[in-house]
Design a protein around this ligand. Structure first.
Ligand code: AHR
Length: 515
């Protein structure tokens, strides 16, 4: 073939792709090698607003049905959704928290002012024992963030000893005196939070030096091996990552490094309403949340440079939508409603964490109950499951499954003069050999026909389909009303040979299960 013929063939091939296969997902079913760690689907709960108090903790005396002071409805719902881990006590609160104030008889615990979140009085009735009881009820891994900003090395060291030691020691005795005989064996330990800001306003090098010092004195007890998470960068602060990875003794002083990135539609002063928004705002939220792709790519490149053996995990331990608080609520409590837009943002970010799962070993959306992009909202004894809850529930199929590397050829979703890909997706194979494909169609107006071509294995049989969609992009679930957004069954799937054709309604998230 001469050059002219080759050019014509190439042109014909490209034209064919663009005319007939605008939406195509090529799934390499035989090339999967990375596991999607279930901890990517983790959560975060801070002493902030009504996340802990009212959200989980109501005390044993409450009329709201509870077990050892913790709401039964919230625990049941989170277990239904799938919660592999829970990060606590903050957030900014973590670097002002003194753990000894939160143990022992509750009526004797000292109070403190929660300076970050509304200046309210914290009575410390929810402390280490209550948190670890919550994790027991949820059957999830605790992730504890220690105080490196305003606490001492000794304080952090003793907290770990109190929780994990089975030796004869003052901290072990204290724990036993407070009713917990056996050590809890907590594995995930944060060495501070946002230490470039609320966690001490440190420079990257100063934090790196401090972190190394604190790390030395947070010890392993018995068989338990700590997985220490260094306080990482704010969004695109690549210098912070570079400094930490270069000088922080990665793999020894810390096994994971955190990254925080919130999706803010406008700016910090005017973040926009969680429910009252138009398509322009919806598009902006989607465009901004997709920045996570670039962030992960760039931070991972730095990590690869200093840790080519991939020993250190990237832990995205705060992410999600941050809007203005609901009118009439305490501005320091960060209470926001949650719409179909939030479910789409959850799906897009989970797809990105899955895509980079070689390095991303944990992520924690902010913040489970009543705060920011919550899974659950509570009002007195009532509870609402948000659209984000349903996105997490649908994506449970990817927990600990093998990522199937996929190429996504997507139509554009354009608004005014800007465009983003209309589709976001993940394909994985679970231990029983079932393939799960989750796809989001971000376009709020246009249906997308998507052809998934399975390579390296049979497409097999269509077992089950699920969909999350709603009448409007700002549909939401509210107290005392029928749910407007949840998971419904989905059948618009055709299998022909190795192709799976899926008709994706506008503004929808679909899950297809194949055998
Ligand atoms: O999630 C709310 C706050 O956002 C956290 O306390 C802090 O870490 C971040 O800035």
């Amino acid at each position: 073939m001469n050059l002219k013929q080759f050019t014509l063939v190439l042109f014909a091939a490209l034209t064919t792709i663009s005319v007939f296969a605008q939406n195509k997902i090529i799934i390499n079913a035989d090339l999967g090698k990375e596991k999607i760690d279930k901890h990517i689907y983790g959560h975060f709960s801070e002493h902030l607003g009504n996340c802990i108090y009212g959200g989980y903790w109501v005390s044993e005396e409450s009329d709201i049905p509870n077990t050892n002071g913790i709401r039964n409805d919230v625990v049941d719902a989170l277990k239904e959704m799938g919660i592999p881990n829970l990060r606590w006590p903050g957030g900014c609160f973590a670097d002002e928290y003194h753990w000894k104030d939160g143990i022992g008889p509750r009526e004797e615990r000292p109070t403190m002012i929660n300076t970050h979140w509304g200046g309210v009085t914290e009575d410390n009735s929810f402390g280490t024992h209550e948190f670890l009881e919550l994790c027991r009820q949820l059957d999830c891994e605790p992730v504890i963030c220690g105080n490196l900003g305003s606490g001492t090395v000794q304080e952090m060291s003793q907290w770990v000893e109190y929780i994990n030691s089975d030796n004869i020691s003052p901290m072990t005795d204290l724990r036993k005196a407070n009713g917990q005989e056996e050590p809890w064996g907590v594995r995930y330990w944060g060495l501070g939070n946002e230490n470039w800001g609320c966690g001490g306003d440190m420079t990257a090098q100063f934090y790196t030096d401090q972190m190394r010092r604190y790390s030395v004195y947070t010890k392993n007890y018995g068989e338990n091996r700590l997985y220490k998470i260094a306080g990482g960068p704010n969004a695109a602060d690549y210098n912070w990552m570079e400094t930490l990875m270069k000088n922080g003794n990665p793999g020894r002083s810390f096994q994971g490094v955190s990254l925080h990135f919130y999706t803010i539609t406008h700016n910090w002063r005017n973040k926009g309403s969680a429910t009252q928004f138009d398509e322009k705002e919806y598009f902006t939220t989607m465009r901004k949340t997709l920045f996570m792709d670039e962030l992960l790519n760039n931070h991972i490149a730095i990590m690869d440079k200093y840790d080519p053996r991939n020993r250190v995990g990237l832990i995205v331990d705060e992410w999600g939508n941050w809007f203005d608080v609901e009118p009439g609520t305490n501005p320091g409590f960060l209470y926001q409603q949650n719409t179909l837009r939030d479910a789409m943002v959850a799906a897009v970010n989970l797809d990105l964490f899955n895509k980079y799962c070689r390095r991303v070993k944990m992520a924690n959306i902010a913040q489970t109950v009543n705060v920011l992009q919550a899974m659950i909202l509570t009002k007195d004894d009532q509870m609402v499951k948000t659209p984000s809850f349903y996105a997490f529930k649908m994506y449970k199929v990817h927990h600990d499954a093998t990522l199937l590397p996929s190429d996504i050829i997507s139509e554009e979703y354009s608004y005014e003069r800007e465009s983003i890909p209309a589709l976001s997706a993940t394909a994985s194979k679970d231990d029983s050999g079932k393939i799960h494909i989750t796809i989001s169609n971000l376009d709020p107006e246009k249906t997308q026909e998507v052809v998934c071509e399975i390579r390296g294995s049979e497409a097999g049989k269509f077992l089950k389909g699920e969909i999350i969609t709603a009448e409007k992009i700002n549909s939401y679930n509210d107290f005392g009303k029928e749910e407007e957004v949840n998971i419904q069954s989905f059948e618009d799937v055709e299998i022909e040979g190795n192709s799976v054709k899926i008709n994706m309604p506008a503004k929808s998230i679909v899950m297809v299960e194949l055998e």
